[in-house]
Design a protein around this ligand. Sequence first.
Ligand SMILES: [Zn+2]
Ligand SMILES: [Zn+2]
Length: 173
Amino acid sequence: MIASARNRARKGTIPVNTCPCGSGRTYETCCEPYIAGAAWPPTAQTLMRARYTAYALGKIDYLGSTFAPSSGAAAHAKTAGEWAAKAKFNDLKVVSASKGGSDDNMGTVEFLATYEQDGQTWEHHEVSEFARDGQGHWRYIAGDSHRHARWTGTCHTEVRKSMVAGGGLEPPT
Ligand SMILES: [Zn+2]
Ligand SMILES: [Zn+2]
């Protein structure tokens, strides 16, 4: 339902069924294989994008399956699901990515996710940390985030200083 509304809104400007993560590719050739469980994202940034898409499409089970197992995944997935139900995710901008590639075991991704909630548009600004698990699969470890109406570029990675294990793409308090 969310996807079809999105496609109607975007029809005519970019290809129908463009992946919500903003890659410019179709959903089927971008985040869907990960969300469907057919493959694991090969990089930290790919996982970050797939998780954003899961928020945008309300694929909450996927969010739960990509948290680090030790980080209270079930509770985080519940919180994530409640937020995803209230918010409409409109845009993703990856600001920077560090490590998180095929030769790495850790990686960080800084991003801005634009969403609407209660009639207001916000930017969720987060630095997420990812690590490979015992099977070599990328997992979401922690994130630190805040929101603002519009990014000015001044807050940047200050957020990392207060990074807390088990955080997530969740509404700021
Ligand atoms: Zn995608
Ligand atoms: Zn910020």
